[in-house]
Design a protein around this ligand. Structure first.
Ligand SMILES: *Cc1c(COP(=O)(O)O)cnc(C)c1O
Length: 376
């Protein structure tokens, strides 16, 4: 194989348990496996998480949910489709017992043919999905009742959970409380009230009793929806305090490539597109069949003046030389003895983190991880 990823299922289960013990047993965890489990493979992660005790899974769309439902067979795991539905999703949602996220009266029209439990998203500041508390929510709940759509859950999504004691989060909490109070006043009994992602669990300023107390007002179970932390990563908490779970998380993915060839470079010879790297002295290089088509970011390229990313071969760092190309990358193995074609290089893992790649690519670990899709 040219390049591939390996998943440490024990680390995934360990991260899930670390989140569960931080949040406490009274709050349920909905592991988010959207976008092919952030690049880790939704199938393998879904099975590992269900074995670890997950009662819910969060997926991107109905098609992803249907794949996971087929894989899980008759497991009672509930699957939340996190992006809003499209009109022709109704049949899949129904047949595969998927729980849609809805927030408009049009969603009710699309799903009304096939009564099913739904989760209503309340927009408290994300400005993307969700109904506003007040008249909009009242109209939606009214229409749902007429259409026999059961309110199984009500939830919101925070904008700034990695900010310590963010006033934005406090404002969002107040708006969500308003929405839950409306539900209570109508006598509705959702089974779940959920809010919060990985940083919510990680942020030392966040208190879960808030969510548990709120859920109790409608007799529901509190639930949080961590994604990135399951895969061993977390955003730094901006502000103060020690993160709750970050220290016990372990990266789940190792990305490897097999060296195609090993060659010598003479002084003055160059590497890669636009010859951005020139050997000053004799060097030895290894050619790896991995590139930006697989998700190895082009920002990890190097020049003589500016170092880029690196891989690990035989336990040692091999810096990337010149430009990362579509399917090929050259690394420096001058100081690593006995590198042979067929040897394995670690592209990510074994101390190289998605945060290392993210720093060079000026992005976040999320985008690095879900951009990894080895061409094989
Ligand atoms: C992606 C997502 C999450 C998970 O977020 P992480 O930061 O990865 O923990 C939770 N809830 C919603 C609505 C999301 O879209």
């Amino acid at each position: 194989m040219n390049n591939w990823i390996e998943i440490d299922e024990a680390a995934l289960a360990g991260n899930f348990h670390a989140l569960q013990s931080t949040i406490g047993r009274a709050t349920e965890i909905l592991p988010v496996i959207k976008s092919n489990a952030y690049g880790h493979g939704a199938e393998v992660c879904a099975q590992a998480l269900v074995r670890a005790g997950a009662g819910w899974l969060g997926v991107t769309c109905a098609a992803e949910g249907a794949r996971i439902r087929k894989l899980l067979g008759n497991s009672p795991t509930q699957i939340l489709v996190m992006c809003g539905p499209l009109p022709d999703d109704a049949a899949t949602l129904h047949e595969d017992c998927l729980t849609p996220t809805i927030w408009t009266t049009q969603h009710v029209d699309w799903l009304a043919e096939t009564p099913m439990p739904v989760h209503v998203e309340v927009d408290t500041g994300m400005g993307r999905q969700g109904v506003r508390a007040g008249a909009e929510l009242a109209e939606l709940l009214d229409k749902m009742k007429a259409a026999n759509l059961t309110l199984d859950g009500i939830f919101t999504h925070f904008t700034s959970t990695e900010d310590f004691a963010s006033p934005l989060t406090q404002r969002q909490e107040a708006l969500f409380e308003q929405a839950v109070a409306q539900v209570r006043d109508l006598g509705l009994k959702p089974k779940y009230v959920h809010a919060g992602n990985s940083s919510t669990v990680d942020n030392p300023a966040q208190e879960t009793p808030w969510l548990e107390t709120l859920a109790a007002t409608v007799g529901a179970r509190a639930m949080v929806r961590p994604g990135i932390a399951l895969y061993g990563y977390a955003l730094p908490i901006d502000g103060s305090g020690t993160p709750h779970v970050q220290p016990s998380l372990k990266p789940v993915m190792t990305w490897k490539a097999t060296a195609l060839s090993v060659s010598e470079l003479k002084p003055g010879e160059t590497v890669g597109y636009n010859a951005t790297f020139t050997a000053a002295a004799p060097m030895r290089t290894a050619l790896l069949p991995v590139g930006y088509a697989d998700g190895l970011r082009r920002e990890l390229s190097s020049t003589n003046e500016k170092p880029g990313g690196w891989v690990i071969i035989h336990g040692q760092r091999a810096p990337i030389l010149g430009r990362v190309s579509m399917n090929l990358t050259v690394v420096d193995v001058t100081r690593i003895p006995d590198v042979q074609p067929g040897d394995h290089a670690i592209v990510l893992g074994d101390g190289i983190t998605a945060d290392d790649h993210a720093r060079l690519a000026r992005t976040i670990s999320y985008e690095i991880l879900c951009g990894i899709h080895p061409c094989g």
